[in-house]
Design a protein around this ligand. Sequence first.
Ligand SMILES: Nc1ncnc2c1ncn2[C@@H]1O[C@H](COP(=O)(O)OP(=O)(O)O)[C@@H](O)[C@H]1O
Ligand SMILES: [Mg+2]
Length: 240
Amino acid sequence: MSSMAIEATDLCVERGQARVLSDVTFSVAKGDVFALLGGNGAGKSTTLLTFLGFLAPASGEAKVLGQDVQADKKFVHQQSAYLPEAANLYPHLTARENLDYFLALAGVSQTPEDIEAALDHVSLREDARGQRLETYSKGMRQKVAIALAILRKAPILFLDEPTSGLDPVAIDEFNALISKLAESGTTVLMVTHDVYGACQVARRVGLLRRGQLVGLFEAPEGGRISPDEVHQAFAKEHQQ
Ligand SMILES: Nc1ncnc2c1ncn2[C@@H]1O[C@H](COP(=O)(O)OP(=O)(O)O)[C@@H](O)[C@H]1O
Ligand SMILES: [Mg+2]
């Protein structure tokens, strides 16, 4: 089996009458963080929805852990956690209640101690854990969503603009959490328009423009991708 956790091969996707992804090819090795950058309408969310099996490619292939997504959608749902742009947790439930509910729904049994450990892991304030999510900041809700992914032991994380709307401190905290998860073997595909954040966490960054992958950056051994370099390429692509 391939060591790639996530693979797009000549992926073409149409929405309505329009082609919104054209021949997109990239792969993400197990335990790596890949960030897909692009402006509004570039096709970032479409890419994630295709990997989740919610959109079928017109041609080409999306594979997760060696499995073609279209051939076995249940497999990808079992193996992955997805954070959509708008949070998908219940505002009228507390953090603990949300985790209880969604874990039961996923058929995962966890003790209260496991839940506290996961909330420790994402550094959610202890005094907030019994409060309803409607009182939370976006950063706090993201932490609960990540705690859920940790408890489900999802080997793959799909994140749609996870840091948009977060303050700078919450962004740093979130990026540190993602790096920690990747170090423990989780594979992450995140889409974002935050160049700096992408370079902070990702070992590889892809640049998407109007449905085409127009740039690919890779961190040097033991180093980081230069945000300046990516920013320049991003700005240049935007002028075109
Ligand atoms: N539900 C939809 N039906 C038809 N076209 C869509 C739909 N959602 C998005 N699109 C189009 O697909 C393209 C890519 O959108 P999207 O993947 O949401 O971009 P991004 O997440 O990068 O902002 C855009 O041109 C957008 O207008
Ligand atoms: Mg989007």
